[in-house]
Design a protein around this ligand. Structure first.
Ligand code: GAF
Length: 391
């Protein structure tokens, strides 16, 4: 988003805030959605991930209050202003969209931060249910706004931890730390190489346009939700694998010792598949990082494809629509393609030469039509800025 566009968006959200609450907001903030280049379901196994921020953002106009009241409004949801008392916030009491911002306020206060109330108006361009972290964007934009307004002085990774806690405990979705950290910490023109064990990070330059390539996001329009059981089952299976192998997390199983670890799991076939995905996926992230750092960007394509096969066959979280994107894109000349995010629907990414983008988009759209699937939404993903104050 250029500075001029950011200013227009901030102005529109601020104006709506003023209409709703009768005074100008104390500030306006933005936090992006993300796509993950590689490193899927590794984050709750203390492993490696590599997301980058999308230009799509949640924007929040916010004012401080001192009277223990939280007022929430979203441009994207039918209905008026929701008014809550901070003292009444309690985990899983709220099953609406308001659980995301209210959960962040709850997590901040639970951690001892003096947040005394707020008026918040939100507006987001991150597609929801598309595996592009619309929830994390909402959480992070609220956390950043409150961090500034109450002078909490928390760093990006600390805000991400609090947002994850809001989602785990308040919303009740057992997600890892990737999405919140991506939204809080990504930088324009870079992918974020993140070690989810200690949250150490490296910004890896990722400017595909300069090299004549593009990265497409194909939103299959198949909706997914992390609070539903399958995500939690995969997480529990990974934790069982770590316990059976006697390690803190599957991150601690070295790739070179994968075969021995699988042999030790004996007839635990389901757990063996989950372990194989996590251990090989961490190694794929490391390979992608080293290829990008040595300037060999095109060579990451086959690794993305390996990652998709592992998610489809071992982790078993793909779906016919995601598989069709990957197969069609590859047979139309893509350099690589894979599902991205939590799975069971959502989006796939396609790495392609700029000159092949139109043909791939057409082929995928036609394949969906021929299969009787809903028309997918295809757009280019440009690595964009992380969360920031707009005004
Ligand atoms: C979802 C979760 F929110 C992340 O924490 C991560 O586990 C991802 O699925 C899979 O890599 O986006």
């Amino acid at each position: 988003m250029s500075e001029a566009v950011a200013d227009t968006v901030a102005g529109a959200v601020a104006q709506r805030f003023t209409e709703l609450y009768g005074a100008e907001p104390h500030g306006v903030w933005a936090a992006p959605g993300r796509v993950n280049l590689i490193g899927e379901h590794t984050d709750y196994n203390d492993g490696f991930v590599m997301p980058f921020a999308l230009p799509h953002k949640a924007v929040a106009a916010v004012s401080r209050r001192a009277d223990g009241v939280l007022r929430l409004h979203s441009a994207d949801v039918e209905g008026g202003v929701t008014e809550l008392r901070l003292d009444d916030l309690s985990p899983e009491s709220d099953k609406n969209w308001t659980a995301y911002p209210a959960g962040v306020v709850w997590a901040l206060r639970e951690a001892g931060h003096a947040v005394t109330g707020a008026d918040i108006h939100l507006s987001s361009t991150v597609p929801s249910g598309a595996g592009l972290s619309s929830s994390a964007a909402l959480e992070v934009v609220v956390a950043l706004a409150l961090n500034d307004l109450f002078s909490l002085d928390l760093r990006g990774w600390q805000l991400a931890r609090l947002c994850q806690r809001a989602e785990n405990v308040y919303v009740g979705a057992p997600v890892g730390i990737m999405d919140q950290t991506a939204s809080a910490c990504c930088e324009a023109g870079h992918a974020l190489f993140l070690d989810t064990r200690d949250l150490s990070q490296r910004q890896i330059p990722f400017d595909l346009a300069a090299e004549g390539m593009r990265l497409l996001v194909v939103d299959t329009q198949v909706k997914h939700s992390h609070s539903e059981g399958e995500y939690g089952k995969r997480r529990a299976g990974c934790e069982k694998g770590a316990a059976l192998l006697g390690v803190d997390a599957l991150r601690d199983v070295p790739y070179a010792e994968l075969d021995a670890a699988l042999a030790r799991l004996g007839d635990e076939e389901e757990v063996r598949r989950l372990v194989r995905h996590i251990v090989t996926e961490n190694e794929r992230v490391e390979r992608v990082v080293s290829l990008l750092e040595s300037g060999d960007t095109r060579a990451i394509g086959p690794i993305l494809v390996e990652g998709h096969a592992s998610l489809r066959d071992d982790f078993r979280i793909s779906c016919p629509e995601l598989d069709l994107v990957v197969d069609t894109a590859l047979s139309s000349g893509a350099l690589g393609a894979r599902m991205t995010g939590g799975g069971f629907g959502g989006s796939a990414i396609v790495l392609a030469e700029e000159t092949d983008v139109d043909a791939i988009t057409k082929a995928v759209t036609e394949a969906f039509s021929a299969a009787g699937f809903t028309t997918p939404r295809v757009f280019e993903a440009v690595p964009s800025a992380g969360a920031r104050r707009l005004r």
